[in-house]
Design a protein around this ligand. Structure first.
Ligand SMILES: Nc1ncnc2c1ncn2[C@@H]1O[C@H](COP(=O)(O)OP(=O)(O)OP(=O)(O)O)[C@@H](O)[C@H]1O
Ligand SMILES: [Mg+2]
Length: 394
């Protein structure tokens, strides 16, 4: 079904939208926290003013209490010695005490109200502090989520890209197999098949010469025939070698490489130096084929891209591993740039995959205008427990 297909771009779009929404929420939370912070400042200012006012009212209450006490003492004094005071003195003392009582009651009420207000403000301040704290926690969490998703989108894009790339790579393998078959068919058609047709023709001619007893011509024809058959045999051998270097099975990796390199140096007019270090030994056949193909691809790249005058191939049998390097003095390349233009270039990718299958590693060192070195290290299990690696063969 088409819709069930992994559509990398759609997924990426959804993730982008999600991240945008989350970022907006983060901004909103920041705004909420910011508002809460300015509200807190406001409350603190109000509370400060309230405290000042409360202090004043308390002072006022204290003073009024003192004055009221004095007025009551005065009133008691005047009442007890009423003969010493005029009516209006008594009246005045009474009214003063009365007024002070009222003032005191009102001041006390104001004090009580202010205290209630202060408590309310303190409560609001506490709540606003909780809001700020929560907003900060949420903002941090959203930040973490958004970072995580942003990181993930990169990983996901890579995964999707790699899945698409693998698919492309699989197709490329099928295509390469088809190309290989076409090439072999063409080579057999143009070479040995043509020659065999000629051989049949020439045999008939030789036969005719013999029938009429023209032995010299017959012998000449047979000589030509021998040359032709030899040529075909060489062609057939080359085709077989290109298909699967059988020398690998008989002679092993290093001699096969030597043979291949000799022929390549001649054919492509390239100075190729091959050296061996360590104790040469046989490896599982799949591994030998894989390493041979790796060197073959590296050297093909040298011929195709490097514009080099010299290449050096080193094979080193070390304990527990084999190290092979292919170095050229050509134009080099930028690996990062090459990574970006994978399409249509499968050689290096195939090399990496092959090395991965062998659980080894591949190192590319390329300097513009200085040359390229490709180093491959593959672990070799000396105890002989290794699988023969034939599943890696191709
Ligand atoms: N030895 C080298 N010197 C200079 N450039 C190189 C060398 N090896 C590889 N490259 C660069 O790296 C690119 C990728 O190489 P790779 O073998 O992956 O693909 P390709 O050779 O172009 O195509 P394919 O191998 O699929 O036929 C090449 O196109 C070339 O630009
Ligand atoms: Mg290549």
């Amino acid at each position: 079904m088409k819709s069930s297909k992994l559509d990398g771009y759609k997924l990426e779009e959804i993730l982008h939208k999600t991240i945008r929404a989350i970022d907006q929420s983060k901004e909103q939370i920041f705004e909420i926290a910011e508002d809460a912070r300015s509200e807190k400042e406001n409350l603190l200012r109000k509370l400060e003013a309230l405290r000042e006012e409360t202090k004043k009212v308390i002072d006022e209450v204290d003073q009024l209490e003192a004055r009221y006490r004095r007025a009551r003492t005065n009133l008691a004094d005047v009442s007890r010695n009423f003969k010493l005071y005029t009516e209006s003195d008594i009246q005045k003392a009474y009214e003063e005490a009365n007024q002070l009582q009222i003032d005191l009651l009102m001041a006390r009420e104001r004090e009580a109200n202010l205290k209630i207000l202060r408590n309310e403000l303190q409560m609001r301040l506490k709540n606003i502090n909780v809001t700020i704290e929560r907003a900060e926690v949420v903002a941090t969490q959203i930040g973490v989520v958004s970072d995580y998703l942003t990181g993930d989108i990169i990983k996901m894009s890579e995964a999707v890209e790699s899945a698409q790339y693998k698919q492309m790579f699989g197709l490329k393998i099928i295509q390469a197999q088809e190309e290989e078959r076409k090439r072999v068919a063409r080579e057999i058609h143009d070479g040995p098949a043509q020659s065999m047709a000629n051989v049949v023709l020439r045999t008939e001619i030789a036969e005719r010469f013999m029938n009429v007893k023209q032995m010299d011509q017959a012998i000449q024809e047979l000589k030509d025939l021998k040359f032709m058959v030899r040529q075909s045999l060489a062609d057939v051998r080359k085709i077989i070698f290109d298909l699967r270097p059988m020398a690998l099975d008989d002679l092993g990796l290093f001699p096969t490489l030597r043979k291949y390199i000799q022929e390549m140096a001649k054919r492509d007019n390239l100075d190729i130096d091959l050296s061996l270090a360590g104790r040469e030994r046989r490896l599982p056949s799949g591994m030998e084929v894989a390493i041979f193909r790796l060197v073959q691809e590296a050297l093909n790249n040298v011929v195709k891209h490097a514009q080099a005058t010299k290449a050096v191939v080193k094979v080193e049998f070390q304990s527990g591993q084999i190290e092979v390097s292919v170095k050229d003095n050509g134009i080099g390349f930028d690996e990062e740039e090459q990574e970006k233009q994978k399409e249509g270039h499968f050689g290096l990718m195939g090399m990496k995959e092959r090395v991965d299958l062998l659980e080894g590693d591949l190192e590319i060192q390329s300097i513009k205008n200085k040359g390229t070195t490709i180093k491959i290290r593959v672990p070799v299990n000396e105890s002989g427990e290794i699988s023969d690696g034939s599943e890696n063969e191709n």
